[in-house]
Design a protein around this ligand. Structure first.
Ligand code: PLP
Length: 397
């Protein structure tokens, strides 16, 4: 029986399809550098996966998986209640202590996802009477959290410090000013100018929050993130991150002072009113964090593969967006062109889905290509060369 709204849903889907913006789910057989991927027509193809955020290859690492299995046996499959009731387990406390130490701050609080970490923490930090200054390319979870907070939202052009300063000058009358930015921008791979942002924040009495979902575990000599990479003292800001990318598990966190974490424990609704992070996810994240912080060979393998991929992509280099990080983007433009390149790549056994609006601005559809530590150098090199060839064939110069 259709509901009253189903016909309208169908029309919306038709419209998205007509504009090449319809999104569909592809079945990927497992997490890792290679997998069977469904072709959308009932068959599957063996592919090299170049689209995951499992940058260090830890999601399928034997000791990470074993930690998850052991935690399920020791604590249970789920936390069974909010942490503030009966859901607070030793594995949560251990994970938070080690995250704080890893980030170089006093304390940390974990949420059930990075999305929930932003959605819970930002509205707990600011509200009506306050203002948020936010980079234009900030992640959707930041934008949603800002709206939910009830604070005024001012968006500055991507990494434009002049514009940010203009806005700060005009926001002196607000009670509080919060600047929020991605550390490594998720769909461009470039880095926020944190030292300069902090200097402006100090000058105009603002606090800075950085979402380092893509930087944690990866950038900086020890993988501590964008703050480490850019030489910024993490204690000067509010550090948010995820456990679902380089740490290969699930969950998100906010790290900073003890006072901040105490406040969030009481005020972040996505923490207070949500079941504690599942013990297997917490234990997997903890095992991954230990590997990421003790084994520099993982980052070395990642960077070697990223370099190999970029070098081989060379011919398409006019279309490469940024070389600041491990996230490599090939700018294509129209969504149908991006889909065409992605479809050709799939035929060659490379899974690189096209990134289209609204994830990225109109006219900037792209391929976001991620080599991970788990690929071989040869895979990274071949993937780059194949993609360069396809782009050359399919796209006008
Ligand atoms: C992925 C991502 C998130 C959300 O994290 P999840 O753990 O996947 O919910 C938040 N911010 C940024 C910048 C991200 O890339």
């Amino acid at each position: 029986m259709p509901t009253l709204w189903d016909a309208e849903f169908e029309r919306t889907l038709e419209d998205l399809r007509a504009r090449e913006l319809l999104r569909t789910l592809r079945t990927v057989g497992r997490v890792g550098p290679r997998a069977e991927v469904s072709d959308g027509e009932g068959a599957t193809r063996q592919c090299v996966i170049l689209a995951s955020n499992d940058y260090l290859g830890l999601a399928a690492h034997p000791s990470v998986c074993e930690a998850a299995a052991e935690a399920a046996r020791a604590f249970g499959a789920g936390a069974a209640a909010s942490r503030l009731l009966t859901g607070n387990l030793p594995v949560h406390e251990e994970l938070e202590a080690e995250l704080a130490a890893f980030k170089g701050v006093e304390a940390a609080l974990v949420f059930s996802s990075g999305y929930a970490a932003n959605l819970g923490s930002i509205p707990a930090l600011v509200g009506s009477g306050d203002v948020i200054l936010c980079d234009k390319l900030s992640h959707a979870s930041i934008v949603d959290a800002c709206r939910l907070s009830g604070a005024r939202l001012r968006v500055y052009r991507h990494k434009d410090l002049t514009k940010l300063e203009d806005l700060l000058k005009r926001c002196v009358a607000f009670r509080r000013r919060l600047i929020v930015t991605d550390g490594v921008f998720s769909m461009d791979g470039d880095l926020a100018p944190l030292p300069e942002i902090l200097e402006l924040a100090d000058r105009y009495g603002a606090v800075v929050m950085v979402d380092d979902a893509h930087g944690g575990g990866v950038v900086g000599p020890m993988g501590r993130g964008t703050t480490e990479h850019l030489g910024v003292d993490p204690r000067r800001l509010i550090n948010m991150g995820t456990l679902s990318k380089a740490f290969g598990a699930q969950g998100g966190y906010v790290a900073g002072s003890r006072a901040l974490v105490g406040h969030l424990r009481n005020r972040a609704r996505a923490f207070v009113y949500s079941t504690g992070l599942a013990p297997p996810a917490a234990a997997a994240a903890l095992a991954a964090l230990r590997l990421a912080s003790s084994d520099p060979s993982l980052r070395a393998a990642l960077w070697a593969n990223v370099r190999a991929l970029r070098e081989a992509l060379g011919e398409a280099s006019g279309r490469l967006l940024s070389a600041d990080s491990h996230v490599t983007c090939v700018l294509i433009g129209a969504p149908e062109a991006a889909l065409r390149v992605a479809a050709r790549a799939f035929e060659e056994g490379l899974f690189v889905p096209a990134i289209r609006p609204p994830t990225v601005p109109q006219g900037t559809s792209r391929l976001r290509v991620t080599a991970t530590a788990a690929h071989t150098l040869d895979e990274a090199r071949r993937a780059g060369a194949t993609l360069a060839e396809i782009a050359h064939d399919v796209l006008p110069d």
